[in-house]
Write a protein that binds this ligand. Structure first.
Ligand code: RNT
Ligand code: ZN
Length: 418
């Protein structure tokens, strides 16, 4: 009843709510595995701290301690989120059989076979990330190190990651977005800013010399402004990665993480700027608070604006690859994962329900008073009814109906983990 009324109200503005629902439910959006275990992975000592300038804070009980627990938690999350999730793995989540441990430069597709089975059973695609942090070979630099042995180790890790990404794409029949991010940088004022950048550029060139089909494996370069312990200088700055991607358009894509810019910069505005030059881009959707704090994504103004730009630029037709990237260890992790995924979906649905052509015509005709009024009035449209309909169409719980299931899972499963 409330949906049919909402549908009529949107139709009066020229917006087809059914079309919006049908569109969104087919668009893959990546679900990051690392919210479930505070970015620890399975290939190194889990008691060692995270490195690379990122940090999880909090010690809420129930962290996944092994692949079985992580997969079980992912299943719980996927039962609560609408849309088409795609897995997003880090190399550090390799699953080793007994005696089969391999260092990151020696990783092989077989170390991700269990994940392929997991994805196949659930009809999921899978994205991939080489892991250039939390490892003894970070000196602390990786791809920009002056030490040739260190640099070779990490280049070999990058190449191994390309081979694994090709395997994931082939097995799962969906492209694999492979993101290169390192925390390389310095705490204090460097004496040489170009040396590390030239080495970084050469290292990425070496990684991308590994053969791959660019239609199936899409390497990305992610920039950053600063991290904890690397406050003064980041090798892979915005200008560095954007220039790299622009110079290597037939080999890789630029990736923007909305936590990786100065606080008054917004990624929403950068999306159309990049799409004026790149046919495809990738995003990490997160919520920064004062810095790259990786808080749970909310249905807030910037999330809505990012979603609006994705939709208005035709990004849902494969031009913009959307992945979540946050990690909060201070609250129930299933709830954190679910809240963020649902909110990113909410923002995309909200964006699909804007009369974009009409608004654009107002701008083009110089009718800015009318445009302001129209944009403001859209904020109080009965969006919640369409959102609940979307959840129902996807066979997933509506708002108000899922948190109790998380509490039950916490009581029955998470609270039993030490
Ligand atoms: C770190 C980057 C990076 C990581 C993940 C784990 O600042 O955002 O993308 O968060 O790869
Ligand atoms: Zn990121």
């Amino acid at each position: 009843m409330s949906y049919s009324e909402a549908k009529k109200k949107y139709a009066a503005l020229g917006v087809d709510t059914d079309a919006a629902i049908n569109k969104l439910k087919e668009v893959p959006m990546s679900l990051h595995c690392w919210q479930g275990d505070d970015v620890r992975g399975f290939d190194t000592d889990p008691s060692k701290p995270l490195t690379g300038g990122i940090q999880t804070t909090g010690n809420y009980p129930g962290r996944a301690r092994n692949p079985e627990e992580l997969m079980m938690d992912l299943d719980k999350v996927m039962s609560l989120i609408p849309g088409t999730p795609k897995m997003n793995l880090h190399a550090s989540y390799a699953i080793f059989e007994k005696g089969d441990w391999a260092d990151r430069d020696k990783l092989e597709p077989k170390h991700f076979k269990k994940w392929v089975e997991f994805c196949k059973e659930r009809k999921l695609g899978c994205d991939f990330n080489p892991t250039f942090f939390s490892h003894p070979k970070c000196d602390p630099l990786t791809l920009s190190s002056t030490n040739e042995e260190t640099r070779k180790f990490w280049i070999d890790h990058g190449k191994a990651s390309i081979r694994i990404s090709s395997y994931l794409a082939k097995e799962l029949g969906q492209p694999c977005i492979m993101n290169i991010w390192t925390g390389d940088g310095f705490k204090d004022i460097p004496a040489d800013r170009i040396g590390p950048r030239v080495r970084y550029r050469e290292s990425i060139d070496a990684i991308l010399s590994e053969p791959y089909d660019f239609k199936k494996v899409k390497p990305c370069v992610e920039s950053k402004v600063f991290g904890i312990g690397v406050e003064a200088y980041t090798v892979g700055s915005a200008e560095f990665t954007l220039s790299y991607a622009a110079m290597n358009k037939n080999k890789c894509l630029p990736l923007m993480d909305n936590g990786h810019y100065h606080p008054t910069e917004v990624v929403s505005d950068k999306i159309p700027a990049l799409l004026a030059f790149f046919p495809e881009i990738a995003l990490h959707v997160t919520r920064p608070i004062r810095w790259d704090s990786d808080h749970v994504v909310l249905f807030d103004d910037e999330m809505k604006e990012i979603a609006r730009e994705i939709v208005r630029c035709g990004g849902l037709d494969g031009k913009v690859h959307i992945a979540l990237d946050y990690f909060d260890a201070s609250i129930n992790r299933i709830s954190a994962w679910t809240t963020g995924y649902r909110n990113a979906q909410k923002a995309l649905l909200f964006a699909l329900l804007q009369p974009n052509e009409t608004l654009k015509a107002m701008q083009d005709n110089g009718e800015f008073s009318k445009l302001m009024v129209a944009q403001e009035e859209l904020k109080t449209m009965p969006f919640g009814d369409v959102w609940n309909e979307y959840c129902g169409v996807c066979g997933k719980p509506k708002d108000g109906k899922w948190f109790g299931l998380v509490e039950k899972y916490e009581a029955e499963v998470l609270s039993k983990r030490s």
